[in-house]
Design a binder for this molecule. Structure first.
Ligand SMILES: Nc1ncnc2c1ncn2[C@@H]1O[C@H](COP(=O)(O)OP(=O)(O)OP(=O)(O)O)[C@@H](O)[C@H]1O
Ligand SMILES: [Mg+2]
Length: 474
């Protein structure tokens, strides 16, 4: 059932909208202010939020921003009084779906709600389509490091020599392998990829060399293996470091003799393939550890191409991001001051794939003409699901994404400095946890009552901003 949240401090308004929508079969939640509303959003699946412009504690405009970044899929309908229609209009410019003016009309509430739901499902569809976007197969980047890789690819493509591409996850090994093929004399023939890590040990021989009918129980017909499929073209042996020693022996033989036999077959078949192998492991040390055959390593490593991790070529980060955003229709997104620096300082454990994921996230949350602040960038980097292992939060939870402390702290005495830091720290943690006391307290390991006392001491409002003379300081 579609979930709807109404945030308004007037009980009458909450009751009216709730009863209209409940009659229509929606699941309705209500909150009297935005801080409570954000807590509901954290725990419930909500599609539409009706949000009052004027609210105590956390204002409607700030709440709008928090909801838009925290829950990009939600459509927000502002509710305004006659006196503050201009704010509602501004909210729509900032990404709210529409606004309703008090007094509310039953028809309008229903129409806006239906329209918002229709838009939200369109957006979802659009997002799914974007997932299938084909990014260009060009190797993008302007750093000296990537220039060197491009030059090496060009040079290597001109020969038939075997190539071993190494680099961390997501650095572009497969992209490089395809680039070699495309620029080679074999470009018109097949590029056949084998993911050596994904094929079970007992199937690898038949996968690579094929089999004859009846060779084993499941072999109901004969089948060409990858070597044969790649005939005249390029065979890409991906993740070769994960191949078993026995399979390595068979590959070595196929390379040395340039002949193969299908499993269960009698005749020898000549092969004409160019081999490009890739691994994220250091194969030389795998050899020393006895996990990789040295003779095969030498055969494969005729032209080594090492693709440096992204953190060794930070100059490529903004260039790649721009290119990805362009493919996603967001070429005019403005990167505000400080955002690029944060991106360049990020360690990118998932490399270019991680950066591409970030661009996709941005494209979901932002629209043409929006701008991306340094603060949002830090937030996105912290939350960016990483391409492998999924533990990016742990590995990157460090200096990069936290804004620097005010420099004047160094001129204070210890008590002042400690308090300045504590206040700064609490504000940051509170805003990170959407102003929720209980979550913040848990995250930083103190009791909620303790945190409350500290917030009072430092006059920090619930949304993380300090309060002076009863007014929020922004
Ligand atoms: N220099 C680059 N320019 C443009 N796109 C790139 C570049 N490097 C990588 N990519 C893109 O990043 C993603 C990951 O690249 P790719 O699959 O080639 O990496 P990989 O090294 O094979 O990763 P893995 O080790 O995880 O298999 C792909 O979508 C690829 O198109
Ligand atoms: Mg790969």
């Amino acid at each position: 059932m579609t979930g709807i949240l109404i945030i308004d401090d007037e009980p009458g308004i909450r009751r009216t909208i709730a009863s209209i929508l409940e009659d229509e079969g929606y699941r309705v939640h209500t909150a009297e202010d935005a801080v409570l509303g954000l807590e509901i959003l954290a725990g419930e699946s909500i599609s539409i939020v009706f949000l009052d412009v004027l609210l105590p504690r956390l204002g409607g405009m700030e709440a709008l921003e928090k909801i838009r970044t925290g829950w990009p899929g939600i459509e927000i309908v502002m509710i305004s009084g006659h006196a503050n229609v201009d704010m509602a209009v501004r909210a729509v410019k900032l990404g709210a779906f529409d606004f309703l003016e008090k007094p509310l009309s039953l028809d309008k509430v229903l129409t806006v709600c239906r329209n918002a739901l229709a838009i939200s499902s369109l957006r979802e569809e659009n997002r799914d389509l974007k997932k299938n976007i084909r990014f260009s197969e060009e190797i993008i980047g302007t750093s000296a490091e990537i220039e060197a890789v491009r030059a090496l690819i060009k040079q290597a493509a001109a020969s038939d020599a075997r190539i071993l591409i190494t680099g961390e996850n997501g650095t572009g090994k497969e992209l490089a392998a395809r680039a070699v093929h495309k620029r080679s004399a074999r470009a018109e023939k097949a590029f056949v990829e084998v993911n050596c890590a994904a094929i079970p040990e007992n199937l690898i021989e038949s996968e690579l060399f094929g089999h004859e009918r009846g060779a084993f129980t499941d072999a109901v017909s004969s089948r060409k293996g990858r070597f044969e499929q790649a005939s005249g073209g390029t065979l890409f042996l991906d993740e070769i470091g994960d191949m078993s020693l026995s399979a390595q022996a068979k590959v070595l033989r196929a390379i040395q003799e340039q002949k193969i036999e299908r499993v269960g077959g009698e005749k020898t078949i000549n092969t004409d393939v160019r081999i490009v192998a890739a691994s994220n492991k250091d194969l030389a040390s795998e050899c020393r550890a006895g996990r990789f055959r040295q003779d095969l390593f030498f055969r494969l490593n005729v032209i080594p191409i090492r693709i440096p991790p992204l953190r060794e070529r930070p100059a490529d980060v903004p260039v790649l991001l721009r290119a990805f955003l362009q493919s996603l229709g967001l070429e005019d997104l403005v990167l505000e001051e400080g955002a690029v620096e944060l991106l360049e300082a990020h360690p990118w454990p998932g490399n270019v794939r991680e950066l591409r994921n970030l661009a996709e996230r941005i494209s979901v949350m932002y629209r043409a003409g929006d701008s991306l602040s340094a603060e949002k960038t830090a937030d996105l980097l912290r939350k960016n699901p990483e391409a492998f292992g999924g533990s990016v939060e742990k590995r990157t939870a460090g200096a990069a994404e936290i804004p620097p402390l005010p420099g004047k702290i160094m001129d204070m005495n210890l008590t002042e400095a400690r308090e300045a830091f504590e206040k700064y720290f609490l504000e940051f943690q509170l805003s990170k946890n959407h102003g929720t006391i209980s979550k913040t307290a848990e995250a930083i390991g103190v009791y909620p009552s303790n945190l409350h006392a500290k917030l009072k001491k430092y006059r920090i409002a619930m949304d993380g901003a300090a309060v002076h003379n009863g007014r929020k300081e922004r």
